[in-house]
Design a protein around this ligand. Structure first.
Ligand code: MN
Length: 290
């Protein structure tokens, strides 16, 4: 199991200086892996990132939230095509960096919709994701669809909803669960992990507290969630995600509504999260003796 941190814990921009800050900070905090948000895939330098990752001996994944201009659930074929082109570019970046996962809200726009998803829109997304999954698989990359709350997508908002969506998708595409979103939408932190894992679809995990600040200071039931991960023998990436107005990404911070300053010191936050996650996973292993 690789324990990682989201790049936005350290920086809001991913040109050379920002990349260095994020990669070195992630390594310094004790993580195995960094998740790099590809919000600006057209200007991202994945060759440079690959060199820095090698220098720091860090594994990598990448994530993305589509926009209204690249929304795969659009009924406009040109918009869907833009989304596919964007995601293909992201697959190139992941391959160049040596990563094997592209995750996040890659099946719809990330943001508040003012109406439900349409059947045609869902079909468009399922078809596009199926095609992309085949292209990803050819390069050793797996797509993982992040389940987010109702204010960030209308395609599905629960683990079971994601499984329903995947019923219409061909290929090896997994579900990406996030405790921050589960806290808003799911009935508890145990059953969704079991439901998704029983379908063989649990591929990626985000660890975030209810306010996206320091782990353990909000209302997320981490004890139950980590027990569930252990129960299903989850072995994929576990990535810490936290946002504060102390670190600003013009695109992502505004989309996610990061208006408050929940922490100031990225390094302290990250080191704490690394310990928190490793301690929790260590503790639940002892349950086998109970
Ligand atoms: Mn997340």
């Amino acid at each position: 199991m690789l324990i990682g941190a989201h790049g936005l814990v350290f920086t809001g921009s991913f040109e050379e200086a920002g990349l260095r800050r994020a990669i070195e900070g992630t390594k310094q905090a004790g993580f195995d892996l960094i998740e790099i948000p590809l919000m600006d895939a057209s200007s991202f330098d994945s060759d440079l990132a690959a060199r820095m990752l090698r220098d720091n001996d860090l594994a990598v994944t990448a994530s993305l939230g589509l926009t209204s201009a690249t929304d795969l659930t659009s009924e406009d074929a040109a918009v869907v095509a833009s989304g596919v082109a964007m995601l293909e570019r992201c697959l190139d970046h992941v391959a160049t960096m040596g990563g094997d996962v592209l995750c996040g809200v890659i099946y719809s726009a990330m943001g508040k919709y003012m109406s439900p998803a349409t059947p045609k829109g869902i079909e468009n997304s399922q078809r596009a994701i199926s095609d992309l999954a085949a292209k990803a698989a050819a390069r050793g990359i797996r797509l993982s669809l992040e389940v987010v709350n109702r204010y960030e997508s209308n395609a599905f908002n629960t683990g079971r909803g994601a499984l329903g969506f995947l019923d219409g998708v061909a290929g090896d595409v997994s579900v990406h669960l996030d405790t921050y979103h589960m806290n808003i939408e799911e009935s508890d932190f145990f059953q969704p992990v079991h439901d998704v894992a029983a379908a063989g679809k649990l591929g990626y995990v985000h660890i975030g507290d209810s306010h996206r600040g320091y782990l353990g200071t909000g209302t997320v039931d981490f004890a139950t969630f980590f027990r569930a991960l252990h129960d299903v023998d989850y072995d994929g990436p576990v990535v810490f995600e936290s946002f504060s107005s102390a670190v600003v990404s013009a695109e992502l911070s505004n989309t996610l509504g990061i208006w408050r300053n929940l922490w100031q010191d990225s390094d302290d936050l990250a080191a704490h999260a690394n310990r928190f996650i490793r301690d929790a996973m260590h503790a639940v292993e002892s349950i086998d003796r109970h």
